[in-house]
Design a protein around this ligand. Structure first.
Ligand code: HEC
Length: 125
């Protein structure tokens, strides 16, 4: 191999590695960022929490399976059943939603809304 060929190979190798490294680094741009849930916003049972139950929970949690998470029933069932106690992250509702059995039934955003609603006193609002 003559000197010219070796020089060209060296340049090509360098270009190859620069391409790979910059390609890997540009993956940073594609990281999925969770939409922020503001802990200080007011989280409402009617507007924010009940729709989560309607969409993800009520196929199972109706009159026969506790807690009853149906519209109009959820507040009483959760409060009387002791599901929404403080600290919120230890509450039965939140910890069940975070547990292995249930975690796939809601999004992280939904669970944070539930967490903040309980933190704010699990109001019938
Ligand atoms: C496919 C049926 C199904 C769906 C959908 C479902 N659950 Fe459950 N859930 C169960 C079963 C079965 C149990 C009892 C066994 C257990 O604790 O995992 C349970 C238990 C619970 C408990 C604890 C009850 C207790 O008294 O210990 C809570 C709280 C709960 N679910 C909340 C939810 C919420 C909130 C959702 C929606 C995000 C949901 N579940 C969706 C089937 C379901």
């Amino acid at each position: 191999m003559n000197w010219e060929t070796r020089k060209i190979r060296k340049i090509l190798t360098t270009i190859f590695f620069i391409t790979i490294i910059s390609g890997v680094m540009s993956c940073e741009d594609f990281k999925v960022t969770q939409p922020a849930v503001d802990p200080l916003a007011t989280w409402s049972l009617q507007t924010d929490i009940q729709p989560i139950f309607n969409n993800n929970c009520n196929s199972c949690h109706g009159a026969t399976r506790s807690p009853n998470l149906r519209e109009g029933k959820s507040y009483t069932a959760l409060t009387n059943g002791g599901y929404v106690t403080l600290p919120a992250d230890k509450s039965k509702l939140y910890s069940t939603m975070e547990g292995a059995e249930h975690i796939s039934r809601s999004t992280e955003t939904d669970r944070l809304k539930v967490l903040y609603w309980i933190t704010q006193g699990a109001k019938n609002n």
